[in-house]
Design a protein around this ligand. Structure first.
Ligand code: MRU
Length: 353
């Protein structure tokens, strides 16, 4: 499915972490070595790595890199603070860092670096297993649609595939599971302006041989209204305890259009994406990113070089909220590693440690 690619891998023996640089995808596949805390923080902030689960995994490895340089309490607290400040919405970042802190703070400083590599790898391995389970739990939804009408026509948003995780993806995990099971599928992939993460989804699905069509974001409502979509599955960056779910900007509009057309809208996410302290979506911090992402668009120029093209002069006012919150009332189910639940019954699945 991943065609030999991997999003992240650790090399404790030479104190480095290898990442696939997603800012160059889908045009170039370039692996980069991270060797320091600052490089790990930069990779998350600049979105060389992205997607809520992968942000958490990278932060965990960032702690290991930091402790190779200095391992006392001050260094540990500093590393935690630097990584926590990288991106505000994906709660998996804090989940992973809380877990690293709990495992490391009581350890003798001299034993911390080794322990951090071990625990970060455990988080990565767990993420891969978790996402495989999400795929297995979401598969029956697609099986039932294909059984009823021949093909399951799925719409997704942004990229919640293997690129956004240690492996398998979240929203794309049921799609990959269905494809592997021979279930006929078609996926609507929306561009996801301003950063166009839909290009990553298109690239993933092309590698995997999953039939799909790329659309402009604004086409989604029309396709939902014209009965060309059977199910919408998206990922999440933070889900409040009441089931309100933050995901990439534009998700809410898809949820509204799906609801208006009685198309089921599902959120696929690990339980590490649930913020049990956020009682509802109002408590979810929404990242505001640079205006340059709205003013420019990145692609290939006539010489097949990656180029950024300016759409607007610098003085034009822009706003760039990176996420929105889909209210629980618009969500049919949340597909987790412990099974599917409604937003109302999310609490019965319980927190993960
Ligand atoms: O800004 P990004 O690209 O990190 O946002 C990613 C998303 O919104 C994904 O849908 C979400 O993180 C789920 S990834 C499995």
């Amino acid at each position: 499915m991943q065609n030999g690619f991997h999003t992240i891998s650790a090399n404790p023996a030479n104190c480095s972490v290898t990442i696939l640089d997603q800012t160059l995808l889908p045009w170039q596949t370039v692996y980069r070595e991270l060797r320091t805390l600052d490089e790990a923080a930069h990779a998350i902030r600049s979105m060389q790595v992205r997607g809520a689960p992968l942000i958490g995994v990278t932060a965990a490895f960032g702690i290991a890199l930091a402790l190779e340089a200095a391992c006392d309490d001050v260094a540990l607290d500093h590393a935690l603070a630097v990584l926590r400040a990288t991106r505000p919405t994906a709660v998996n970042l804090h989940w992973a860092l809380d877990r690293m802190r709990a495992r490391l703070s009581g350890r003798a400083p001299g034993a911390r670096a080794w322990q951090a590599w071990h625990d970060a790898q455990a988080i990565a391995d767990e993420d891969a297993r978790t996402n495989a389970a999400i795929g297995a739990h979401g598969l029956p939804l697609l099986q039932a649609i294909a059984a009823a009408r021949g093909t399951a026509r799925v719409m997704t948003h942004c990229n919640a595939g293997w690129l956004a995780t240690a492996a398998h993806g979240t929203a794309l995990a049921p799609i990959y599971a269905a494809h592997a099971a021979g279930i006929p599928l078609h996926v609507w992939v929306s561009e996801t302006r301003p950063r166009n993460q839909g290009l990553l989804t298109e690239w993933e699905l092309r590698q995997a041989g999953v039939p799909h069509t790329f659309i402009a974001d604004n086409s989604a409502g029309h396709l939902l209204m014209r009965n060309e979509v059977d199910i919408v599955i998206v990922g999440a960056d933070r889900i409040a305890a009441n089931g309100d779910a933050a995901n990439k900007i534009g998700t809410y509009m898809k949820a509204l259009a799906a609801h208006d057309n009685r198309v089921p809208f599902h959120v696929a996410a690990p339980l590490s994406t649930v913020d049990w302290r956020a009682t509802n979506g109002d408590a979810i911090p929404i990242e505001e990113r640079s205006a340059e992402e709205v003013r420019n668009v990145v692609g290939l120029d006539a010489n097949a070089h990656i180029a950024s093209v300016r759409l607007l002069p610098g003085e034009v006012a822009t706003r760039n909220p990176a996420f929105d919150v889909t209210p629980a009332r618009l969500i049919r189910s949340i597909i987790t590693e412990r099974g599917c639940c409604t937003p109302e019954t999310l609490g019965t699945l319980g927190p993960t440690v």
